[in-house]
Design a protein around this ligand. Structure first.
Ligand SMILES: *[C@@H]1O[C@H](CO)[C@@H](O)[C@H](O)[C@H]1NC(C)=O
Ligand SMILES: *[C@@H]1O[C@H](CO)[C@@H](O)[C@H](O)[C@H]1NC(C)=O
Ligand SMILES: *[C@@H]1O[C@H](CO)[C@@H](O)[C@H](O)[C@H]1NC(C)=O
Ligand SMILES: *[C@@H]1O[C@H](CO)[C@@H](O)[C@H](O)[C@H]1NC(C)=O
Length: 475
């Protein structure tokens, strides 16, 4: 006994925090989400590099098809970003996209795209949102592109008119000398009406497309829509929780920090709902400006799991995780040569929500430990557990989770884990989902499943999660 000294106790006692117990409601509780979309996890492909992802990156199709294998439907894709507002449609161009950059890591300052760009968008078997230019104030050009998109893209879900207009400047052509939130609202509504009228379409515009929620916001735009609300398919926000200078992986993945992050969008979601429209996060990822190394990690993958869960809980239809310049993109899920560990998080939450109806929180989101019950046909089918304690080096702490109120006699579980929160596949440390990995360069699932089994006793079962892990329990 004496060998366990006070110093040992002080350094080890904190490693197992008080056990967490969740009672699983046998039907969706009042704080459960609305009906879930079948494919809430999608990708946003940066406009200029979209043809490259489709034609030049082998993993693209397999990575997206892996989600389809879980949900039964291809994940939704949004084509857009900063370069949509630098792009001009050229009906006579035979190339999908034309631009030049002095360095392959750069995004072009100006580009054109031809009808083949639209054909490529049509070749994607899932739903497509496509973003066209408003910044350059060439309405006729955007109408021409929108007409072709509407005619050709069979799974077209919506068209964006400008990307993040909150960042337009007074010198941008659309601004006519000065830009403001009020001016943007007037401009959005005018462009919606012109495009929808030329297409003879309604419910076709993805409106807003604002980064964040400052004075350019969905609540304000929804009020200004008037009768043009009939042109709107959905309202769209963008979110990158971390900026250069604030990078902090521990904070990014923290369950309670994600709750405050997502709560910033509650009023936006409510405004969209009040207007009778869907709400989406049309472009999002962990951190702007490359993310200072936090973005390619398992921790960023854990962020995706919880961020998606909390967003759909709030009523968001879908989130589109941005994939930028091929070969120069820290937060990307895959590249030509390597997988990113965030993909494992996206795969894991897609697995958790696949074919389900609703999700409900099991905790009040005030700590690093969280849980969700997932329902189908009004019965709990899965429980998602998160231990968002940050683990980098040293002894890895653990947390036990006891689930009560279960009716089955045995359950199985699949784990999302890795060597540490900072683990990166491109540095030789891949995450695993159910013991399996995704192959660099192809995105093929590899290895044998390592599904865990546990016996339920008296309606209760206990699992242990190490710091920086998630677990999906199948009831
Ligand atoms: C595909 O990659 C090759 C070689 O890097 C490049 O020359 C070509 O332009 C790329 N095509 C697209 C559509 O990005
Ligand atoms: C159709 O688009 C053109 C721009 O090409 C625009 O000037 C016109 O106002 C639009 N039509 C309607 C009915 O809004
Ligand atoms: C990072 O975030 C964690 C959790 O919010 C906090 O405890 C820590 O102090 C932060 N680190 C830095 C360097 O700001
Ligand atoms: C959240 O839950 C914890 C654990 O059950 C509890 O100690 C805490 O008081 C709760 N906080 C709030 C704000 O309800």
């Amino acid at each position: 006994m004496h060998s366990v000294g006070i110093a040992w106790l002080l350094s080890h006692v904190h490693l197992v925090a008080a056990a967490v117990t969740y009672s699983i409601p046998s039907s969706p509780p009042s704080n459960a989400s609305p009906q879930l979309d079948p494919t809430p996890v999608g990708v946003s492909l940066e406009f200029f590099t979209f043809p490259g992802y489709m034609e030049n990156v082998t993993s693209t199709s397999r990575c997206l098809e892996n989600f389809k294998d879980l949900t039964g439907a291809w994940p939704p894709v949004r084509i857009g970003g900063t370069t949509q507002d630098r792009a001009t449609y050229d009906a006579k161009s035979s190339a999908a996209v034309t631009y030049s950059v002095s360095n392959a890591a750069d995004a072009p300052m100006t580009l054109t795209f031809g009808p083949r760009f639209i054909d490529l968008a049509n070749s994607y078997p899932g739903r497509v949102i496509i973003g066209f230019n408003r910044r350059l104030n060439n309405l006729a050009n955007t109408v021409a592109a929108a007409k072709l998109a509407y005619q050709k893209i069979k799974n077209l879900e919506a068209i964006e008119l400008g990307n993040e207009p909150n960042f337009f400047s007074n010198s941008d052509p659309i601004a006519g000398g000065s830009w403001s939130a009020a001016k943007d609202r007037t401009s959005q509504v005018q462009w919606q009406q012109a495009v929808a009228a030329n297409l003879s379409a309604s419910n076709i515009i993805s409106a807003g497309v604002y980064f964040g929620t400052d004075n350019f916001n969905i609540a304000g735009l929804a009020k200004a829509q008037g009768s043009a609300i009939s042109t709107v398919k959905n309202f769209c926000s963008h979110n990158y929780p971390q900026w250069a200078g604030t990078y902090n992986l521990s904070k990014l993945m923290s369950h309670s920090a994600i709750a405050s992050q997502v709560s910033q969008f509650k009023a936006e979601a409510a405004a969209a709902k009040a207007a009778g429209k869907e709400y989406i996060m049309g472009e999002t990822n962990s951190a702007t400006q490359g993310g200072g190394g936090i973005s390619p990690t398992l921790g960023a993958g854990l962020w995706i799991v919880d961020y998606v869960a909390q967003s759909v809980l709030m009523g968001m239809k879908a989130l589109y995780f941005h994939q930028g310049t091929i070969g120069n993109c820290q937060y990307c899920w895959w590249g030509r040569y390597s997988m990113g560990n965030p993909y494992y998080g996206a795969y894991f939450i897609t697995m958790a929500l696949a074919q389900a109806d609703r999700i409900a929180p099991l905790d009040n989101m005030s700590s690093n430990y969280g849980g969700y019950a997932i329902y189908k046909d009004n019965k709990p089918i899965r429980v998602l557990l998160l231990n968002s304690d940050y683990y980098e080096t040293g002894t890895r702490s653990k947390q036990t989770y006891t689930l009560t109120g279960l009716s089955s006699s045995a359950v199985t579980a699949k784990r999302l884990t890795g060597a540490s929160a900072t683990a990166r596949q491109d540095r030789g440390s891949s995450a695993t989902v159910d013991g399996q990995t995704f192959e660099d360069g192809t995105c093929k699932k590899q290895g044998t499943a390592a599904t865990e089994k546990a016996t339920v006793s008296g309606g209760s079962v206990t699992f242990t999660l190490s710091a920086s892990e998630a677990l999906l329990v199948y009831l």
